[in-house]
Ligand binder design. Structure first.
Ligand code: DLL
Length: 433
């Protein structure tokens, strides 16, 4: 049995990690300044030259990049190598505006595979495993990323892509899949479907690597119990490479950021000021090893905290908390900040399945927040009085969590459409007016 494990990197001393970051940051900034006119202009506007960046202590002097910059520079404006050196593009699902396109040289693909391999190993993966990848393949980074990581580990890789739940379950049983990779919402749906078909005893899964969307601790427990596995979180974004920017270890307390490749910072999303250790704020990444698309100080919009305390697993790379939401995902309802994750926590705590939808609308100049929640089949067989008592209980619990009133509608099992990729949790009708 072989593990693709690099303790000399993943368990290096903090001094060593800092030394790598210093020695990789300085030439990266110089290269970007020379090869990416778009970023050179941003630096010039800020009065910064590559000579001002001598170590990571100078990082804060560099200008930020945002998704808007990527859209402005679409498609080739942030490319740092000649196009002939690139071998791949991936792209975000971008529902509004221009898509974001990221470029990769073979070296970039190799380092991305390495990051994903680390996540599979942290979830217990070896060359004896059967890794079942049902993230989408194609422009989305989920499928290709975990696929590459699984190859690097030497596991048997099932490139299932998303969809066709019957086929997923059949292959899972026939080929003895041991590690499942997909979005947490699809994992919950698969779990439900496996139990319904009475096939729980026929699956050999031991672990799941779930990410690409927010999911709560309660949802983790639910998936773990239903499938009898350990569920690991994985985080990433197309702009920075894809999945594997950070990943969870067996301690399940935050995701180790691959700091030999990406330098994280936490900033105040309103002022851009770098916040002290332990603060909640927006996560920013600087790529220090990539060839084609080495974004510097890229604002992710994800809100989280970094933990530098030693991890029991032995890895020394900093851990990020689960993103608490996105600064651009946060709903402002009646002037109050509402994160979908807060609503999910309440629902799962009260024993509801993770199938819900949040609908925000505006009536008579006032915001209306409605939460539609699926009942379990047992709840559905309750009489009307019991159902309205349940609705009242949820209204009170949501009020306690959010500080505002939400209408609760309990709906029949399976009436909210399932997603095979990222779940659509929020429908904000206010944008349509
Ligand atoms: O979602 C990459 C990915 C694929 C990550 C598979 C993990 C597994 P994008 O489509 O560019 O890339 O979306 C990136 O998704 O900024 C977060 O807001 C959100 N996100 C990703 N992972 C997590 C996670 C992929 N574990 C955006 N928890 C990011 C919460 C996540 N949100």
């Amino acid at each position: 049995m072989e593990r693709y494990y690099q303790p000399e990197i993943e368990c290096a001393s903090r001094e060593q990690i800092r030394a790598w970051q210093n020695e990789r940051l300085v030439p990266t900034v110089k290269r970007v300044y020379e090869n990416v006119p778009y970023y050179r202009h941003l630096m010039e506007e800020k009065g910064v030259t590559p000579d001002d960046i001598r170590s990571i202590d100078d990082l804060h002097k560099l200008p930020f990049l945002t998704k808007e910059d990527l859209r402005q520079a679409y498609p080739y404006g942030l490319l740092a190598v000649p196009l002939r050196d690139c071998v791949r593009i991936q792209s975000t699902s971008g529902t509004t505006g221009r898509r974001v396109v990221a470029f990769y040289t073979q070296h970039d693909i190799d380092l991305w595979d390495e990051c994903c391999a680390r996540s599979i190993v942290a979830a217990g993966g070896t060359n004896e495993d059967v890794v079942h990848v049902c993230y989408g393949y194609g422009l989305f980074t989920g499928g290709p990323g975990l696929n590459g990581g699984s190859h690097k580990v030497g596991s048997l890789t099932l490139p299932m892509s998303s969809g066709n739940t019957d086929r997923q379950i059949q292959f899972m049983c026939d080929l003895g899949s041991t590690i499942l990779c997909c979005t947490p919402s699809y994992a919950a749906y698969l779990a439900e479907s496996i139990i319904e078909r009475g096939l729980r005893d026929q699956i050999k899964l031991k672990a799941g690597i779930f990410g690409a969307e927010a999911w709560s601790e309660e949802m983790r427990q639910d998936i773990q119990n239903k499938l009898g596995i350990k569920a690991y979180d994985i985080y990433g974004l197309t702009e920075i490479s894809g999945p594997g920017v950070s990943f969870e270890c067996s301690d399940q307390h935050g995701m180790h950021i691959n700091e030999d490749h990406f330098i994280p910072e936490i900033i105040d999303p309103n002022t851009g000021e770098v916040l002290p250790e332990g603060s909640v704020g927006e996560l920013v990444f600087t790529c220090i090893t990539k060839d084609a698309f080495p974004l510097l100080r890229y604002r992710t919009r994800d809100i989280c905290v970094l933990h530098y305390a030693q991890c029991p697993c032995g890895r020394t790379h900093v851990r990020m908390s689960k993103p608490m939401g996105r600064s651009d995902d946060m709903l402002i309802v009646k002037g109050v900040n509402v994160f979908p994750s807060q609503i999910e926590t309440v629902l799962l705590n009260k024993g509801y399945p993770a199938n819900y939808q949040i609908v925000v609308s505006r009536e008579n100049n006032s915001d209306k927040l409605e939460v539609q929640v699926e009942m379990t089949p047992e709840m559905f067989s309750d009489n009307l009085a019991k159902v309205s008592a349940r609705e009242k209980e949820l209204v009170d619990a949501l009020k306690a969590m959010l500080g505002i009133y939400a209408i609760v509608k309990l709906v029949a099992p399976k009436s909210i459409s399932r997603s095979e990729g990222k779940a659509v949790r929020v429908i904000d009708k206010r944008n349509l007016y």
